[in-house]
Design a protein around this ligand. Sequence first.
Ligand code: NAD
Length: 270
Amino acid sequence: MSDMRLVVVGAAGRMGQALVRAVHNAPGVALAAAIEREGSPVLGQDAGLVAGAGITGIMITDDPLTAFAQADGVLDFTIPAASVAFAALAAQARVVHIIGTTGFSADDFTKLNAASRHATVIQSGNFGLGVNVLAQLVKQAAKVLDLDYDIEIVEMHHRMKIDAPSGTALLLGEAAASGRGVALNEHMDKARDGHHGARQPGDIGFASLRGGTVAGEHSVIFAGPGERITLSHSAESRDNFANGAVKAVLWGRGRKPGYFSMSDVLGLAD
Ligand code: NAD
């Protein structure tokens, strides 16, 4: 089979650069185009040079329409407004759309779901193997431990991150809620400030720390009577997410349109 032709959008971003390097190094895929926002200072530059992967001959442009029409898949770790717009273009071009962007609103998710009628959308708050395995462990623990065990999710990321809680923290919260058989949005407690009263039984709490260059730290704490269980993950680089995104796009090749997650790709979904 010929190499899968991929577009990296947000190619100059932290994740975009990791994706360009991953596509450059992985077998079975080829970089077909690299896209940045209008007015970006890197337009016209070689995507490989920007990413530290050497010359690729693929110059960064701001024309996703032309790029998607000539590609098989799109790797998208950008911002919610851009990903929603890319989802509509990916649906028109009927390509595989990997969405790693986080911070979507409920309205954004409705639009991504609509796009998945025509595109193979694979969306996840975390494309790494480790966090997806951790989510399964969290689900199991939440199933066994009763409401005497308070669930708190703590995350830390670099100072430039613009959304909170992180997409990974929400993914872990969903896993905990699903283990308990409840809906996360009815039990999440994201903002404690001032005289907020005692913790409600069954709440799933979130705390977000920001600073330095941290790629991603997550802990899920089950605080029970006289004991605590902590399940944690530390990301040491972004390569893990980028390699997972490449694995996901190859999994999506030739698959019918639909909305999938990384746990589908890894065979962890139940
Ligand atoms: P970043 O700010 O370094 O990069 C985002 C890039 O997108 C920028 O270069 C920006 O110019 C570009 N962009 C914005 N609008 C655009 C548009 N309309 N067209 C083309 N490019 C556009 O951010 P980052 O640290 O790389 O993170 C990006 C996203 O990925 C965030 O939402 C982050 O939370 C998420 N993320 C997800 C995972 C995961 O595994 N799901 C892992 C890491 C980061």
